[in-house]
Design a protein. Structure first.
Ligand SMILES: C[S@@+](CC[C@H](N)C(=O)[O-])C[C@H]1O[C@@H](n2cnc3c(N)ncnc32)[C@H](O)[C@@H]1O
Length: 219
């Protein structure tokens, strides 16, 4: 595995110049998965939800209108599309702000849910991003990650690592392994699952602090 944090800034043009194409290429593929994950959370009325790296707002139609969602992203062109969706749909429970997920401008313990969909392998320092997610998440809150991680199957792992230089150039890394990532972030795991057996994507439901039901344990 490559080192978890890269020091260089994320410089991909994919999320700025190609924002108009994002929804037609990725949005459609990603939406069904995110809809299932969000529905299964049964987010209660009044919940405060933060989505980091929200991009064009792929997930937005899936959120219940009874909660308050704030999406943040670094790419203005992606956010412009998200804002357009919010305006077109008259969504008053949603807003987006240009902000770095590695340096969130929210006070500690602000959110009941912090979502990170398809973003931990995009930011230059995923461990710092999760540290920020933990900081702004309430002690009782949940951190929800949906992402691809490098396969534990040796041949598949080698193959995904081999394409890492290419995907990095495009805008994401493929060398991130789940177990070391979870261990390094110190997340308390509630559940790790896949939407279906063949999915390349893993869903991680986590908490920032152990509690009676989810004590600290080795991942
Ligand atoms: C693969 S897209 C995922 C977008 C959306 N979550 C989805 O599932 O469709 C990754 C997003 O992360 C954003 N991003 C990259 N680095 C970021 C950072 N440091 N802070 C906030 N957003 C960032 C990109 O601009 C892009 O919109």
């Amino acid at each position: 595995m490559g080192k978890i944090a890269d020091i260089e800034a994320h410089e991909s043009k994919l999320y700025s110049e190609f924002a108009p194409l994002y929804d037609s290429i990725f949005g459609k593929i990603f939406y069904n998965r995110l809809e299932r994950v969000i529905e299964d959370l049964y987010i209660p009325p009044g919940a405060q939800v933060l989505e980091v790296g929200a991009g064009t707002g792929t997930s937005f139609p899936a959120y219940p209108t009874h909660c308050n969602i704030t999406g943040v992203d670094l790419a203005p062109d992606m956010l412009a599309r998200a804002r357009q969706k919010i305006a077109n749909n008259g969504w008053r429970h949603l807003k987006v702000i240009e902000m770095n997920a590695l340096d969130l401008k929210f006070p500690d313990n602000s959110f009941d849910y912090v979502m990170a969909f398809h973003v931990v392998t995009v930011v230059p320092d995923p461990v710092r991003m999760i540290a920020e997610a933990k900081r702004v998440c309430k002690p009782s809150g949940r951190i929800v990650i949906v992402n691809h991680f490098t396969s534990d199957v040796p041949l598949l792992g080698t193959l995904t690592r081999a394409v890492d230089p290419l995907t990095r150039w495009l805008g994401w890394r493929t060398d991130l392994q789940l177990k070391p990532f979870i261990e390094t972030t110190g997340l308390i795991i509630e559940k790790v699952y896949k939407i279906n057996k063949t999915s390349l994507y893993t869903v991680v439901l986590a908490r920032k602090e152990p509690n009676g039901r989810y004590p600290a344990r080795e991942f």
